[in-house]
Design a protein. Sequence first.
Length: 273
Amino acid sequence: MLWQFSMHRVWCLAKFELVRLFLTKSGVMALLAFVTTWFLILYYPVNSAVDFIYSAMFKDVAKQVFGAFGLASLLKWQVPELAMYWLIAIYSFPMFALIIASDQTCSDRIRGTLRFISLRATRAEIIYGRFLGQLIINATLIAITLIAAVLIASLRDSSLFVPGAKKAGELFIELFIVVLPFIALMAFFNCFAKSSKQALVFTVLFFGILPLAIGFVGYSFSFVSQLNYLFPGMQIDQAINPKQFSYAIYAIPVIQMSAYLLLAHLLMKRSSL
């Protein structure tokens, strides 16, 4: 019931997710792996690619290649490091979000601790509390990588710090919106998955088999193609380099997030713990 919902309990459950990542051995190891991965991405692909693409010798070639993929406007960004960062981050962060959020409630259900938690919080609070914790974690990781990218650009040219910080703020909002439905999808899978690995298997099957089935049936029934809106990230190709502003780029992931959280709530409400 609505009167039972407590934001204080939601926040307590969210803090548990933060403690599990930042203050446990396994969480710190996962965090170190993430930091190492992004250090390599920023130091080698981003740093090296900027020097390569913007060199006088290869600038025309880069324009042709980027133009062929509809990404020519990225070459006009004032901070080229952020342009390269954006190309990598918009595709990699959804995958990171799926992996990081793969164990929201499933392991607690297997250990029996979810039943204990449900004695002190409603099932809705459990769903939204864990989801909120994952939002904060992903927002923190996005912010860390953006700060690192801006610092790398500033080391090359100190005058890029202010425009870089401004652009990084815009990219943070866009990346944050992009990962929302991926975290919510994992909240849904966690309602019936028995482990984080099984939740990831469900995710692979979801993104691997369903699009093929929809595409096959869509040849005969065109309206079936609308089911592609079930898949988080279907607007990424538009978001990466929009030719004109569209609310749909931001509305689609928010609607997907709301739908998957509602499904997770209903499923959790009817399932045994």
